[in-house]
Write a protein that binds this ligand. Sequence first.
Ligand code: UD1
Ligand code: UDP
Length: 361
Amino acid sequence: MSTAAVLHVAGARPNFPKAAPVIRALDRFGIRQRLIHTGQHYDERMSDVFFRQLGLREPDINLGVGSGSHASQTAAIMTHLEELLVADPPELTVIYGDVNSALAAALVATKLHIPVAHVEAGLRSFDRSMPEEVNRIVVDRVSDLLFATSPDAAVHLGNEGIAADRIYLVGNPMIDTLLDNLDRFDIAGIRAALALPDRYIVATLHRPANVDDPVDANDLVKAMHSVADQIPVILPLHPRGRSHLENAGLLSHRALRVVEPLGYIEFVSLVRGAAAVVTDSGGVQEETTMLGVPCLTLRPNTERPITITHGTNRLVSRAALAEVVASTLKAERPATWRTPPLWDGKAGERIAEVIAGELGL
Ligand code: UD1
Ligand code: UDP
């Protein structure tokens, strides 16, 4: 008998808040589980802090692959994981989101005839210049169980020819984690800890299309400075963009403060208390929607349109950012807001029920 019935593969920051509720719910079924950390993200603030704050079980193995080009990172994960899965195959592999760790695990497992469950299936930006879009398409194509966070995602999967009985609309496990921790998001505490005024904007920036090319980075820095002309900005900066953004003069505006990436509890506290958020993150579009915080997404498209139709999200170009921030800051924040269907804190449980059924429990 293999060591675990269910093997989870996670490796990058946004994977951890998605995996935590699924693992917890499977524990309640008494299912034997293992967690493999690929090591795609490895800084304390990009990885360990999530395990501590979310009570996520320690990884059984860390592959320690680290950073690299897409091919070298994906290949390194595949090579290490293949050895482990051949030696000790689980009954099911669970992967999360659209990162290279998910792509690598899906390819390895499916070729070893180990069924794959994809959490956050069906999201599409229809923009293949995003590495994540390529990962999403490939992963969904080879997955056996597809767990969608929103109705549009389930529709995309159907349109791509995936049989309806493999698609489960379950809600959003990242939102399970947010709702589980609502009491811990302390706005006054984080403002005091970071010496912030009552009104501020939080920013996060890491998409290749914004930070990889020095010309884009220059443009982005100008846009962010035009925001800081209006309101203090705090930017917990992802390591990816740091050098290009700093070379473009990011640090030269007194009202724009750059800090290291924050722990999950500190970060969401900061978001909860913000006048608005400027971001290119996927997960942050969802968290702001749930918290009713205006979100200005610096991208031409989103794979999460439900955060626009049912939430607080709005796509903004770098050129229009200053003007949109000005109008956002003038508008009253609504006292109540809609949230997407099934974003109710029970996605992990729904996923666990399907998996348990699949395992014959
Ligand atoms: C990855 C995901 C992206 C996700 C993001 C979340 C892919 C293709 N991209 O992008 O979808 O939105 O994670 O944060 O999987 N680095 C460090 N320390 C770390 C990790 C990374 O310094 O702990 C630096 C390295 O210079 C590295 C760069 O960040 O080269 C990029 O890391 P990588 O994992 O390749 O991609 P992300 O941009 O983080
Ligand atoms: N996050 C965090 N600290 C930060 C920035 C983000 O804890 O300084 C959390 C955020 O709340 C969300 C997740 O990281 O849960 C999103 O990850 P990221 O933006 O890196 O990836 P994406 O969602 O774009 O793939």
